[in-house]
Design a protein around this ligand. Sequence first.
Ligand code: GLV
Length: 328
Amino acid sequence: MNTKPKIYIPRPNFPQVIERLQSHFEVIHNQADEVVLHEHYVAKAAQSDGMLTTGSDLINEALLKACGSLKICANMAVGFNNFDLEGMTRAGVLATNTPDVLTQTTADFGFALLMACARRMVESEHFLRDQQWKQWRFDLLAGHDVHGSTLGIIGMGRIGQAVAKRASKGFDMKVIYHNRTQLPAATESALEATWVELADLLAQSDHVMLVLPYSAQSHHMIGARELAMMKPGAHLINIARGGLIDEDALVDALQSGHLGGFALDVFEGEPKINPRLLTLKRVVLTPHIASSTIQTRLKMSNLAADNLIEFFAHRKAITPLNPQVLEP
Ligand code: GLV
């Protein structure tokens, strides 16, 4: 008898995508959103041939060792720092992610955070709700202009470029960026973006946005030293990964009055939040939702499902991260 491959989906997902997967696979899902203890997560993964993971599902050496039948993990995220990619490749486990489908939505949100932070929107809302608004004042909750200011983008992949386009075309901003590789001249000129050294970016930008992948190399790339190099009154926006920033140094930089504000959608150790962050006013904090529109999350879910279906039907994938695993 031909048995269907088993797919484990540890977190709830779109019912229509689960149904689609059920027509190809035996699906172990968690639509009830039950809290799954780590040992149960590993035990379920160990019964599976494939997984549809999210950024909070760790695929590490220990899990790979315990899960000899696992052949593919399809991440419903563009970032994949929850994967030990080298370990997966060594174990012959295919890794896939969901690039492109979330680029514009994530860039929209990065821009929303930039605007909310520079114009103190969250703080203003709290001020109003707390019934502190008594009369007009010339400098009431005065922020910083976005149009015409300088945006420094660290990491200039697809999302960084989509942010740059919004900034230069829509808000007449000067865009500078820092990336390991400089973009081709034609792309730079289309985006009206200029490559600069990191130190120059930090010194010149009114707003700095992080849009680069997180890795051991980029861990705490923004610490006390880099924050001190930022322009007084500047803003920092992070839509990439929390571990890029030393959060205690960030709080110190705001409390000393050096930074004008910051906006974070991602946190080191999320969903746990450094309690010092919660005491601050001039900040915007959101729970890792930059790609969260129903349209985009559905596209991400379907792309992860397509990778699983394609892999088990044809030993191919649409967006593989370690395609060498597919080589004969
Ligand atoms: C979200 O953070 C993603 O990597 O897709």
